[in-house]
Design a protein around this ligand. Structure first.
Ligand SMILES: [Zn+2]
Length: 247
């Protein structure tokens, strides 16, 4: 922030210039101050706000069944009765898909109901999905609006944006994916009040905190995606300490 004396000196210089130039009518101090304020605010805003990164729209099926199953998930699993499927994003969860193509991933997330996975099915028939998928070349695909509920992380879906990356333990995420995740998350952080950025493998750290909302204490799974190395690099790019990223 500019200190007051700097602000006053800029104001004085501008006022002197306006007087000296003679081409302007004399401006009162408060008007000059106001003009300086707006110029500085504009400069700050343009340097602080993150531009929305380029992304390809690949919307998955959203119908009344998906909506009803999402509302039921919010109520039954998270214990949050709601009339809408809108979330207030507070956490970003980064994943890898274990499926090695974008199209196959989108085809997996597209059906409204979960096809296999008996344990997940018992918890809810709603299919898994995520708001974003990032291809191995760093292309960002948007599957759902940023603030629409998606099932990707037990206990935290109600306040989380999920980013799935095409990759697996055998096919670690690429440099292009790291850059795309960095840009996408910077944009999301400039838009929403994001408190934590985590890898799916870290989500159990939230159990027992106020963030964790799952009505069955025995319902959780162990995850290894996307791994500590990727999250370390990502947080370095985001200039975010691990202590801030985790609860
Ligand atoms: Zn995951």
């Amino acid at each position: 922030m500019l200190q007051n004396r700097h602000f006053d000196s800029i104001t004085k210089t501008l006022q002197n210039y306006l007087k000296f130039s003679g081409s302007f009518v004399f401006m009162e101090v408060w008007k000059v101050k106001l003009a300086v304020f707006f110029v500085l605010w504009g400069l700050c805003y343009s340097s602080c706000a993150q531009e929305r990164p380029a992304m390809v729209q690949r919307p998955i099926t959203w119908d009344s069944t998906r909506e009803q199953l999402s509302l039921a998930y919010l109520e039954e699993r998270h214990g949050i009765p709601s009339k809408t499927v809108d979330i207030v994003p507070k956490i970003i969860v980064v994943h890898w898909t274990d499926i090695l193509s974008v199209n196959k991933t989108i085809r997996t997330f597209d059906p409204v109901q979960l096809p296999g996975r008996p344990r997940l099915k018992k918890a809810s028939m709603l299919n898994v999905s995520a708001q974003f998928v990032v291809g191995r070349d760093g292309t960002i695909f948007q599957l759902l609006p940023e603030t629409t509920f998606a099932r990707h992380t037990i206990g935290l879906n109600y306040c989380s944006i999920g980013i799935e990356n095409i990759g697996s333990a055998r096919y670690p995420l690429t440099e292009a994916q790291l850059q795309a995740n960095t840009t996408l998350i910077k944009y999301l952080m400039s838009k929403y009040d994001i408190q934590h950025v985590i890898g799916h493998h870290e989500y159990l750290a939230f159990q027992g905190t106020e963030w964790w909302k799952e009505t069955d204490p025995a319902y959780f799974t162990q995850k290894s995606d996307p791994g500590a190395i990727f999250m370390q690099q990502l947080r370095m790019n985001l200039e975010m300490e691990d202590a801030v990223a985790l609860p």
